[in-house]
Write a protein that binds this ligand. Sequence first.
Ligand code: FAD
Length: 478
Amino acid sequence: MKETDVIVIGGGVVGCATADALARRGASVVLLEKGDDVAVGASRANSGIVHAGYDCEPGTLKARFNRRGNEMMWRLVRELNVPHRKCGSLVAAPEGGEEGLRQLLDRAKKNGVRAEIISRERALDIEPNLADKVSSCLYAPDAGIVSPYKLTIKLAERAVLNGAEVVTEAEVTAIACVDGKYVLSTQKGDFKCRVVVNCAGAGAAGINAAAGAETFETEFRRGDYFVLDTTEGCNVSTVVFPLPTAAGKGILVAPTADGNVIYGPTSVPVAGADTAVASDALDEIRRAVPLTYARPAFNKCIRVYAGVRAIVGHDFTVEESRLRKNFFTVAGICSPGLTAAPAIAEYLVGLIGEKMPLAERSDAVTVLPHAPRLTELSDDEINAFVAHNPAWGRIVCRCEKVTEAEIVAAVHSPVPAVTVDAVKRRVRAGMGRCQGGFCAPRVMEIIARETGVPLSAVRKGGAGSEIAVIKVGEADYD
Ligand SMILES: Cc1cc2nc3c(=O)[nH]c(=O)nc-3n(C[C@H](O)[C@H](O)[C@H](O)COP(=O)(O)OP(=O)(O)OC[C@H]3O[C@@H](n4cnc5c(N)ncnc54)[C@H](O)[C@@H]3O)c2cc1C
């Protein structure tokens, strides 16, 4: 049975940031993820906003980790080569909404976050397409956008390059305490460690119960989105929020770090982590967007998606269990958890550092090499790449111009992409206007060839999502 210092449960952005931070400080780490890849929970489907931190209740862990996470994020994304833009954010208020903006400004001051209330005229310099009804805004220059799943994947990759092991399709189903150590059971076998960090997101309550640690209730809220084609990207310069309500930050309009635009999210109470999009939720977005944004372009929608927030009480929980020594609970990491993830990991390093020696390794990998992309290369560079490797000359995804060489590199990356969706999250094959209509079969062939499995075993994502289930011409359709 494999034994390590630490096991991190959950390959979301928080678990991957924690594994990365621990591995860089010399701990032996295994990360266990129940999905087929990292970034398959809330860290895959959110707004991708690096929040400034003006709206968290002062004194909470959310406020503290949001501010620190924002400070850490901009260096982190450069080190990891993750798409990002520090584009600032606006809270757009209609006439009569000034008091709401003043309350946010007051919170910003208490949280130590830069923000100011600006006139409509100044706000139009930042976002020319504000709706006519917007009369003033709260501007937060330190907010921005990041690719949430690429951040998560790159954190996992850096953890692996620093010696951690990421085990996917390893759902933790039981936790036993044996001679002061923990033994975690999964379908990939048992894993032993001294310290457990529960970063299981929507599954965190079940993990705590299995370990005999504190139990808690989780509330789930689904957020639905429209994704617009990249041709719309030039029309949205910054993140535009409405005034927040009790249900959350409201329905925003934002560019994505990869050049698309999103409208959303809703905040719909749901029974569990079900990410099926609902049409009434999309109607709510259709009604909300024109209140802040003058150029809604729902006709440019290329996809809808939803993510689910796991909420526990009103704040994040990041603590050692009082019932189980060396067992850490990281739960209720809803928004701004993406922003806060590096700060949560830093805090956990401090707590775990009281249990074992942890010190920054001088030989740790810090900066990840830039994976070249066809769209970023000059003609001369493309010619040189193709001469060296003809797969650079074979475009597989026409919408996003992704080559076979980029897909092969993703399949053999430190956290290998072995499903169609995992390839998509790494290199954008299938992220464009046709949503994989043309390239998915080619991506499947490449995965099958590179991993040595039959085409019928290649999956879209998780278990049971095989795509090529029958061979046309040989099977009886009836
Ligand atoms: C709609 C929406 C919008 C948001 N927008 C923003 C935003 O703009 N900015 C921001 O800062 N934050 C945002 N957030 C919050 C942010 O997405 C989350 O805080 C963050 O992704 C949580 O990361 P996590 O690692 O805790 O959870 P997750 O990403 O959910 O990861 C948990 C992982 O644990 C795995 N797991 C569960 N059970 C087990 C088990 N038994 N064994 C092994 N693995 C297990 C799951 O498969 C999953 O991969 C948003 C969230 C949502 C839902």
